[in-house]
Design a protein around this ligand. Structure first.
Ligand code: AMP
Length: 219
């Protein structure tokens, strides 16, 4: 199914989990600047090293770098629709995406906003385990992974993200409130904003998202 979606929400709102479920169910390609930057850092590339200091401390990487990443990705993979997990995160990024898509004579179908309470964020972030290899995300409370923290999809190690530290989380929440929240108005004006209660379990959230995607497909 060819859909163009952005997933927005605070850290720990479930963007990565839902993006993964969307791509499995609907075959829409997904990308996440955060995941790309973590991989670049693990590989020790110039981009990874240049941005490591910022990501580690919970700040936002420059719009220029992020927009270039997305533009490159769209050039290579954008022909089949997309789900962006964690992009855009600032107004200039949203404006750049709009003009890139206009240039490509296309447009966003949906901006899905996962709304979560601060309590949900703290609970999820404190228990989050992520695969170093493919980005699969789970919780330390999942009995399946307690004894053997190995990814069920790629056998990579399941680890805590270093920016899931509580002091860094404070900065990430601050960046979200000041720079990302204004995007709600931006997409509301375009009539493509859909808010979803992200405090529920992953299946309940996914069921709402699926309905939105399917409705869009028949619209
Ligand atoms: P995430 O995996 O989406 O939580 O992103 C991890 C980190 O990567 C963020 O805290 C930022 O430092 C950086 N990052 C990811 N996406 C963006 C973006 N759209 N704009 C700026 N920085 C980003």
């Amino acid at each position: 199914m060819k859909r163009r979606l952005v997933l927005l929400g605070a850290p720990g709102s479930g963007k990565g989990t839902q993006a993964e479920m969307i791509t499995r169910q609907f075959g829409i390609p997904v990308t996440s600047p955060g995941a790309i930057l973590r991989r670049e850092k693990d590989l020790g590339t110039p981009l990874g090293l240049e941005t490591a200091e910022i990501t580690q401390h919970g700040g936002l990487v420059s719009d220029k770098i992020i927009v270039e990443l997305i533009e490159d990705w769209l050039r290579l993979h954008g022909g089949h629709g997309f789900v962006f997990d964690g992009f855009p995160r600032t107004l200039p990024q949203a404006e750049s995406l709009l003009s890139i898509l206009t240039r490509l004579r296309t447009a966003l179908d949906l901006a899905i906003w996962l709304e979560v309470s601060e309590e949900t964020v703290r609970e999820r972030i404190s228990g989050r385990l992520q695969c170093r290899g493919c980005g699969f995300t789970t919780s330390v409370t999942s009995a399946k992974f307690a004894e053997r923290p190995v990814c069920p999809y790629c056998d990579g190690p399941l680890v805590r993200r270093n920016d899931d530290d509580f002091s860094v989380l404070q900065t990430r929440l601050g960046e979200f409130a000041s720079k990302t929240q204004p995007l709600a108005d931006f997409y509301k004006k375009m009539s493509i904003l859909r808010r979803i209660d992200g405090n529920r379990d992953r299946e309940a959230v996914f069921s709402d998202i699926s309905r939105l995607i399917e409705n869009k497909a028949t619209a």
